[in-house]
Every structure is written in C-alpha cells, then in structure tokens.
Ligand binder design. Structure first.
Ligand code: T4K
Length: 370
C-alpha cells in the first residue's frame, strides 16, 4: 500500500486562528460549562439554522437519546430499526425498555412503515426510527400510526443535519429528534449532540434532566443525569456552523462524481437523490451484488483496504444480531429479510468536504478495476 490512507470520513474544522480568540474568552471568563455564554449563543444559532423552535445541547448524541427517552417517559416496548448504529438500540436497553425490531424498506433503508402495526402490542409506547444516511423516514405514515395508537415518535436524526424535505429541516419532526455532532458527522463539535422539540415545556424538562434534575439551586424535580455540553465545544460549534453549507456543497460534488463514475458498473447500486429532498451527503452507501459484480462486498472491502481506502460497512452487523438482542423474537433474520440483505451488500465509500479529486479517482479506480 502506497501513500496516505483515505478514511470513510474526515472532520471539518474551523481555522485554528479563528478559534483562539474564543478560547481566550473562555479562559478569561472562567465559565467553562453549565449553560455559559457560548452555550446559549450556539443553541440559538442552531435553532435558527434548523428552523426549529427549541434546541437543547448535549455532550454527545447517545446521552441525548437516553435522556430524550426519559423526557418522553417511554417505557415497555419500543419499535425501532435494526439498521442503525449501536447507540439507537442501546439507548432503549439503557432505559430498561425492550427494542422491537421492524424491517427496513430497500430504497431508503429506513423503517418500513407498512410493517410497524403488526409489531404493536399493549406494551408498545414509542417508535424510534432513524433517518439513516440522512434519508428521511416516511414521516406522514409513521406520524399517523403514532397518533392512532397513542405512541411517542422519537427520531434518531444523528445523520440528518442539514437535510430538508420540501424546504423544511427534517430535524424538527416527531415529538423529539436527536442530533449527533460527533467528529464523524457532517457537522461536528468534536463530541456533541442535541435534542430538538417544538414544545417549550418539553425543552424545560430536557434541560432539567440533563443537569441532574435541578430546576434551581435547591429544587431537584427529577432523577436527572449529566448530559451538558461545555463551552469549548459550544464555541467550536458556533464556528463550524458557518462552514456547514459549504461543506455540504463540497460533499454533493463528491457524490456527483462517484455517481457519474459508478452508475454503469455492473453489480453496483449507487444511492440516488430523493425528489424534494435536500440531502447532506453524509454517507455514500453503495450496494454490491456479488453475482453481477464478480466479488462479494467483503472481498471488495478487503481489497480497498489493501490499497489504503478505508471504506466502512455501516450498518453491518445489524443491531438485532448483537448478543444482547439476538434472542428477541423480532430479531430473527426471517423477520428482517430486507435489513439482512442490505447489511450483507452495503459499503460506505469515503466522502467528506476535503476529499481531493485525486483521492476520489483512487476510490473509483479501486472499484472499477477488479
Ligand atoms: N445514532 C446514530 C444513528 C449514530 O450513527 C450515532 C453515531 C449515534 C446515534 C450516537 O451519536 P454519538 O453519541 O456518537 O454522538 C462512528 C462514530 O463514533 C459514531 O458517532 C457514529 N454514529 C458512527 C456511525 O460512526 P465508528 O466506530 O465507525 O468511528 P471510528 O472511530 O471508526 O471513525 C470512523 C472514521 O472516521 C475513522 O476511520 C477515521 C475518521 N475519523 C474518526 C474520528 C473519531 C477522523 O478522521 N477523526 C476522528 O476524530 O463510529
């Protein structure tokens, strides 16, 4: 293997020189966390950028998921997707709830709304779908089911930053939506996350819960935890937010080049834009059909790796196959045929704002030349 490795992603960072004055401000104020000035500004800027009424910042997306479930008082069984990062399912488990896996539909890889109702039992209290790869879930159908059966709708929108449908951010959907600002995301604060709500009372409850349940110095209204974002990361978020649109545009150009080069390759399915959706190009998941392509997904993954191209098999293995969950009836492979098929074929190619044309061509050559 020659040259430097090409990773599946690389974080966007602000200019260090721009960050120094912010650091100086933090050092001088000695206000490091607990709803400081940068925290307040960043929350307001995010709400404005997303076009949503209320945002609550978190130390990471996982804590936002865990505390969001507490805020919504979710109990019993939660219908979710197996085709996601471990965090979604683990948050359900950490809240002492039972994940019930629903199959996905093949185009968007999101929860198949037509398979949800059959999974509802008297113990079901919530739906936790994921806008996986930033593909919007079938919101209208899911919302209708949630209303009909009196369920909470909590979106894992970790991949959906900047995604709009008919001009509106999809991060404002549901009773609550969770965002991740991890280093590997389209928008990052090193680690970080948020919850989005349209309800001012819910925003208040979330803010109590992420600060040990404190409503004021002497009043603890709930058994909260510590999910707060600190000033360092809030300051970084303010700076990175200025660059996010430019970053998405650069990712779109990479996706365009990949599509142009890989569209006609036998045995490769490339992701297509969905009409009416402004995508964020967080991931570029291709599907490898071994018979036609002449190589399995795993063989291609290993071959690319040898060439220094570090593609990833997000989301293989399925969460339903983890030891903690595989004994659940809903986790049986025969109940999740689409998810199992996709998990065996999917490969996420390197995509990020600073991916050079030369690197893009290297990835393309690695796939086209077998
Ligand atoms: N829900 C969903 C649907 C999620 O996808 C995630 C996180 C969450 C919830 C939870 O949100 P957080 O609590 O994380 O905020 C990565 C991320 O760690 C994880 O945040 C993300 N999803 C998941 C899809 O991907 P890994 O294990 O693949 O990360 P890692 O360390 O292998 O990084 C991938 C590549 O990125 C590296 O090969 C190189 C590059 N990289 C990574 C880091 C950390 C960098 O260039 N710089 C870096 O600092 O999980």
């Amino acid at each position: 293997m020659n040259g430097k490795k090409i990773y599946v992603t690389s974080p966007s960072l602000p200019d260090l020189d721009e960050f120094i004055p912010y650091l100086r401000e933090i050092w001088e104020s000695k206000w490091l966390t607990n709803n400081g000035g940068f925290h307040q500004r960043f929350e307001n800027l995010l709400a404005e950028y997303l076009g949503v009424p209320y945002v609550s910042l978190f130390t990471n997306g996982m804590m936002a998921l865990q505390i969001g479930m507490q805020a919504l008082r979710i109990t019993g069984e939660v219908i979710t997707t197996p085709f996601t990062f471990a965090a979604t399912t683990h948050a359900i488990h950490w809240n002492s709830c039972k994940p019930v896996f629903c199959d996905i539909e093949p185009e968007t890889c999101t929860m198949d709304p037509d398979k949800v109702e059959a999974l509802i039992t008297p113990q079901t209290t919530a739906l936790m779908p994921v806008h996986v790869y930033g593909n919007p879930c079938h919101h209208e159908k899911l919302q209708k089911i949630a209303v009909t059966y009196g369920l909470k709708l909590f979106y894992d929108a970790a991949h959906a930053f900047g995604v709009k449908q008919d001009g509106i951010s999809i991060c404002g959907r549901g009773d609550l939506a969770m965002l991740s600002f991890h280093a590997t995301k389209v928008f990052n604060t090193f680690e970080g996350g948020a919850l989005v709500t349209r309800d001012p009372a819910m925003k208040k409850r979330i803010d109590f819960l992420k600060n040990f349940g404190f409503a004021d110095e002497v009043t603890v209204v709930a058994p909260g935890s510590n999910g707060k974002m600190d000033e360092f990361r809030a300051a970084l978020g303010i700076l990175n937010l200025r660059k996010v649109e430019e970053g998405i545009a650069r990712r779109e150009a990479v996706a365009g080049r990949y599509r142009e080069a890989l569209q006609g390759v036998p045995g490769i399915t490339v992701p297509q834009d969905i009409a009416g959706v402004r995508h964020n190009y967080a991931y570029f998941p291709v599907r490898i059909h071994a018979g036609e392509y002449g190589m399995t997904r795993d063989e291609l993954y290993e071959k690319l790796k040898k060439d220094g191209i570090m593609s990833r098999r997000y989301f293989y293995p399925l969460c339903s196959s983890f030891p903690t969950y595989r004994g659940l009836p809903s986790a049986r492979p025969e109940n999740l045929p689409v998810a199992n098929e996709v998990a065996g074929e999917i490969l996420c190619l390197p995509i990020y704002a600073d991916l050079t044309e030369e690197e893009q061509e290297k990835v393309i050559d690695g796939i086209v030349e077998q």
